[in-house]
Ligand binder design. Structure first.
Ligand code: TXA
Ligand code: MG
Length: 326
């Protein structure tokens, strides 16, 4: 029972036209998509994900022309689009009336990105309109980076999962707000780092404000709740596992260790074998899923280097767990 896992973009479009949300591969994580014009299908995304209605969705477009249809743009937006699209950069802009309020949780802004994954783009071309899509996981679960993860987490409530293999980045897109054009602000770290953005913006970019995570009523971007990307097993963070000594309270627990770099050995796992930060990002969610399935009592993870996509790795780790001293 459950969803069909297939490789046909034509089948994906058939289900979308019939009003069923479909799981589609992007270069970041798998998304659960519905056509922008189908409000019932958009509402069913919230139901299927068990996602609160105050958490807005990202609109996925093919190109600048489709962006222009849903949001107010500017020369600065055009520069960013030329530099980073198609790719893992989501822009928050003032919305046009073509976007139904259900998509943006009644906000006056809309988040938009143009995914790079060829299958997703093919579906957009065949459908001829933008697709609204959050990540294809239940609320507060780890985002899926391959079709098997979607099947495991949501297979019982979906009709079709388009299988595009493993996602290239394995972490959600960078979200940049341009609502205040004098103050471009990263709302969520992702594959495109602050330095890359600054080189195109030609001005400083503001970094995510930590208090957003802590404010459960945060209206700005409710998906940025601190507890958002969680494995089921408790996760503790340490700055480095090299000098880590297990305290007594964990002696009778089955512990696993997530190293940034190293070899996989027994209960020790590494995000990358040869200090490749993209490989580390790519392995993070899959490893958290794997460790959940292995039923450890406690996980310990060390932080990645705080540059580029490493900022996104550390951001997701900090949302998934807490520092031992906290
Ligand atoms: O890489 C990605 O962005 C993936 C793939 C599927 O494209 N999508 C994704 O969607 O991560 P989701 O729904 O899991 O996260 C969307 C984030 C949420 O944190 C939401 O609050 C924020 O985008 N967001 C959406 N619209 C917004 C808006 N108008 N203003 C501020 N934040 C917004
Ligand atoms: Mg998500």
């Amino acid at each position: 029972m459950g969803a069909i896992v297939g490789k046909s973009s034509a089948d994906a479009v058939k289900f979308l036209r019939e009003g069923f949300p479909v799981a589609l591969p992007t270069e970041t994580v798998y998304g659960l998509a519905a056509p922008l014009s189908n409000i019932q299908a958009i509402e069913s995304i919230y139901r299927l994900k068990e996602r609160p209605a105050n958490n807005p969705l990202i609109v996925h477009v093919l190109d600048f022309e489709q962006l222009d249809h849903v949001a107010y743009t500017s020369p600065l937006v055009k520069r960013l689009v030329n530099a980073f699209w198609p790719g893992p950069l989501t822009l928050v802009l003032p919305k046009k009336n073509t976007v139904p309020p259900q998509v943006t949780a009644q906000q006056a802004s809309v988040a938009v990105r143009a995914p790079q994954a060829p299958l997703f783009r093919e579906v957009l071309r065949l459908l001829g309109e933008p697709l609204v899509a959050p990540s294809a996981n239940k609320f507060q679960q780890v985002s899926p980076t391959c079709a098997a993860h979607v099947l495991e987490g949501m297979g019982d409530v979906l009709q079709y999962i388009l299988d595009g293999g493993s996602c290239k980045f394995g972490l959600e897109s960078t979200i940049l707000s341009l609502l205040d054009s004098d103050r471009p602000e990263i709302l969520r770290y992702g594959p495109i780092g602050p330095k890359e953005l600054e080189s195109v913006l030609g001005s400083p970019v503001y970094l995510p404000r930590k208090q957003i995570w802590q404010d459960a009523e945060a209206k700005l971007s409710p998906g940025l709740f601190k507890k958002h990307y969680s494995p089921k097993t408790p996760l503790f963070l340490v700055n480095s596992l090299d000098s880590f000594e297990l305290s007594e309270r964990f002696f009778n627990k089955r512990c696993a260790y997530i190293h940034y770099r190293g070899e996989n050995q027994g209960a020790h796992y590494a995000l990358t074998t040869h200090d490749d930060i993209y490989e580390a990002a790519n392995n993070l969610y899959a490893l958290l899923q794997q460790l959940d399935a292995e039923h450890y009592d406690v996980l310990f993870a060390e932080l990645a280097p705080s540059v580029g996509i490493g900022l996104a790795i550390n951001d997701r780790l900090q949302r998934a767990g807490k520092f031992l001293s906290e």
